[in-house]
Design a protein around this ligand. Structure first.
Ligand SMILES: Cc1ncc(COP(=O)(O)O)c(C=O)c1O
Length: 434
């Protein structure tokens, strides 16, 4: 499998793009540091690199491509929108149709505002919670990713009143002081924290099913109690469903789990592969957003015609075809086979799965929060990733991401992947014995 063209393109990239990538998650730094592949195109369930190697894709562009690459209905909607003109700078029908579709299908979402990214959606939802409550502190959870705005790049130290530390340079101490980060799935810590500083807390922000320390499901009763405690403290509950909305069923993960937040942040799938995000909730809260209210949020490209058209087309296909039971079955079969093959080779792994998404943790027992996710072996994952890539399987280049089965994967793709996993585990076993 030649990688010559990829290498050449990536050398050019590193000369003009800092780090060679426009988002750090795309680099292969976390899986051994080889140059990442440069991808020419996507075709259904496949990625094709510039050397014309073809890979079965489980990255789904980090989540949005639930219908696979270049779905005909999505492509046609995008082409038609482009021909009508990519930007109007004025209200247009597709953004209204998309907003209607979101409001119809996301429980508790009465009004939305469309944004250009998930980052903006979360950032605006936090600002809105602060506007509504008149408070400034934010509670989030260790190891969750909510985009790259200042507040959510903070992982506070232990204890509610301890000053937090930022995960990035350039984040002012003033921002850090307002953010409290707690372990996920630990209701006692949340209870204690809210008892201590609840009257200063504007919002509790979480993914209902975590996607960014690998898939981590909430333990039974955790979200219900989180919602109760948050409201008791007079704070708003924000569900970041940038990954989870429309991933597991036609709607929010919150609704699937029976917990409806005060505000949602959405993204990824709702743009059908083009830049999109949204935030929203009850009209009584949303009326605070400018121009009706005093909370400012805007965007030249927000709700743009192209993203609205591709997002709407994606949602319509999902609603009409309901691929979810099939995707879940395939993901379940694949995950079960991976577990079985690992056991056969004596390689300890654990797998967390939610519907069509799952994460394989090497050397870790049961992963329920960031501390247990961190215990997963990065060297073993790096080797696994490299060997799978050599056999034509494209996985996210990080042990903290998910495999996403999409609507265009079929039994043959799953079987081919299982063969590759089998070969990979055999080689890993040999290397361990060598
Ligand atoms: C849960 C979650 N929230 C927010 C974001 C940020 O979205 P975007 O990358 O579109 O800014 C991401 C991106 O991966 C995410 O996974």
């Amino acid at each position: 499998m030649s990688r010559e063209q990829s290498k050449r393109w990536f050398e050019r990239a590193t000369a003009v793009i800092s780090g060679g990538v426009n988002s750090p998650a795309r680099s292969f730094a976390a899986v051994g540091g080889n140059p990442p592949l440069v991808i020419e195109r996507g075709e259904g369930p496949y990625l094709v690199d510039v050397d014309q190697n073809r890979y079965i894709d489980y990255l789904a562009a980090f989540g949005p491509l639930v219908l696979g690459h270049s779905h005909p209905a999505v492509t046609a909607a995008g082409e038609a929108a482009l021909k009508r003109g990519p930007l109007t700078g004025a209200p247009h029908p597709d953004e209204i149709l998309l907003a209607e579709e979101l409001v119809r299908s996301i429980a508790g979402l009465e009004q939305v505002r469309l944004t250009t990214t998930g980052t903006e959606a979360v950032m605006s939802a936090i600002r809105l919670a602060r506007s509504y409550t008149g408070r400034s502190r934010v509670i989030k959870f260790d190891g969750t990713y909510h985009g790259h705005s200042d507040a959510v790049l903070v992982r506070a130290g232990s204890g509610a009143s301890t000053v937090g530390t930022a995960d990035s340079l350039g984040i002012p101490q003033g921002v850090v002081q307002d953010v409290i980060s707690l372990p996920f799935n630990d209701i006692e810590r949340l209870r204690e924290t809210l008892a201590e500083v609840g009257s200063e807390v504007a919002c509790v922000l979480t993914e209902p099913i975590v996607g960014n320390m690998g898939i981590v499901n909430p333990i039974p009763g955790y979200l219900e109690e989180m919602a109760r405690l948050t409201r008791e403290a007079g704070a708003l509950l924000i569900f970041d469903e940038v990954i989870t909305a429309y991933r597991f069923h036609y709607g929010s993960a919150g609704a699937l789990l029976g917990v409806i937040p005060d505000l949602y942040a959405l993204g990824k799938i709702i743009g059908g592969g083009l830049p999109a995000g949204a935030y929203g909730g009850r009209s009584e809260i949303m009326k605070l957003v400018s121009p009706n209210g005093g909370m400012f949020q805007a965007g030249t490209l927000a709700g743009n015609p192209l993203s609205s058209a591709t997002g709407l087309a994606t949602l319509r296909v999902l609603r009409e075809t309901n691929p979810y039971p099939r995707m879940d079955r395939l993901a379940n079969d694949l995950a079960a086979s991976i577990l079985h093959l690992a056991q056969r080779q004596g390689i300890p792994i654990s797998i967390n799965r939610a519907g069509s998404g799952f994460t394989v943790f090497f050397g870790a027992e049961s992963v329920t929060n960031y501390t247990s996710a961190l215990a997963a072996d990065s060297r073993q994952f790096a080797l696994f990733h490299r060997l799978m890539l050599e056999q034509g399987i494209y996985l996210a280049p990080s042990r903290f991401e998910a495999w996403f089965v999409s609507a265009v994967h079929d039994v043959a793709h799953i079987e081919e992947t299982i063969q590759a996993v089998d070969q990979t585990f055999r080689r890993m076993r040999k290397e361990a014995l060598a």
